[in-house]
Design a binder for this molecule. Sequence first.
Ligand code: HEC
Length: 318
Amino acid sequence: MRIGWWGGALLIGWAWLLSWDRGPSVSPVALSFASASGPEEAHACTGILQDSGALQAVLTAVSRYKTTYVILYSDDLGFSIESIEDPILLSLRVGVPAGTPAADLAQKHRLLRRVDYPATLAALRQAIIDVLARKIDATLLWAPLAGLLVIELDPGHRLSMLPLAESMPPPATFSSPSDSSAVSERVVRCRDEVQGTLEAYGVVPAELLAPPNSAGEIPASLEPPPENIEEARRGWDIYQTNCERCHGPDAISGGLAPDLRERVRRLTYAEFFQTVLQGRVEKGMPSWRGLLKPDDVRLVYQYIRARSAERLGPGRPS
Ligand code: HEC
């Protein structure tokens, strides 16, 4: 991996930077080897990350997105995330800055596959790198920080950012306006670049967004539901209406699509849930997001599992 000059500087340590973190602080002396890979295209924020005073000034000066948080994810996912309530998030690995308002949000929306990151600049930068490398699927971040970091990390614009409709307080370090002496011309230019970057990613400030419309009831857990023959019977209807034409009658492969009785034994419930909502559109499996509610997915799972275990015979369950 090539470590650019920002990278070198960051990897060494800005751990102390965000107030919610009490991590180790590292001497800035180490920054000197950061320029190893030579010059990169200059932009208004060049050098800001290495200059804690300027960084502080920039992030407190971003006014438009002060209470905005984003879900940042890779276009490689092949689908878009529609809101924090999108059930697809339940099956995705979502990076969460521990101990921040974003973590409370993750808790509230029961993001089950969350991956905690320390709320330090270096760790949150790593979260974005992990999204780009598909080690995680998405990450929650405070918008100004996300804007600043993607300038460096996502020159090819491979990431998408979904703003969360809920306004939340900024990380404590950046909540008070910086003293005017720190707001140099350089700071103003970088701040404008951060705001412009967020605009380019289509991020609408949280204050301007209407409250999200509910994406249906979110299941409390992605553990497989306990066996329930009554639910399995109801699942037959959903299967018949939506799945039978490809996966065949009675969940026996109709030739077009796999035999789900066999598949359901190999997939985890999370994988099943994700496959059904997300589909595999390029392979001919449609996405059922927006068409089936999480409850419906559970019922159809119950049906297929009951067929698989032969607790239900072929035909319409009596
Ligand atoms: C238009 C045809 C079609 C319909 C309708 C359809 N599927 Fe599929 N499904 C497919 C195909 C084709 C695949 C195989 C995709 C692949 O090769 O990865 C598939 C794969 C799957 C898989 C993944 C199997 C595995 O091995 O990973 C699951 C689970 C699944 N479908 C469930 C459903 C459910 C539940 C429904 C109804 C709500 C449904 N499908 C409706 C075509 C369909």
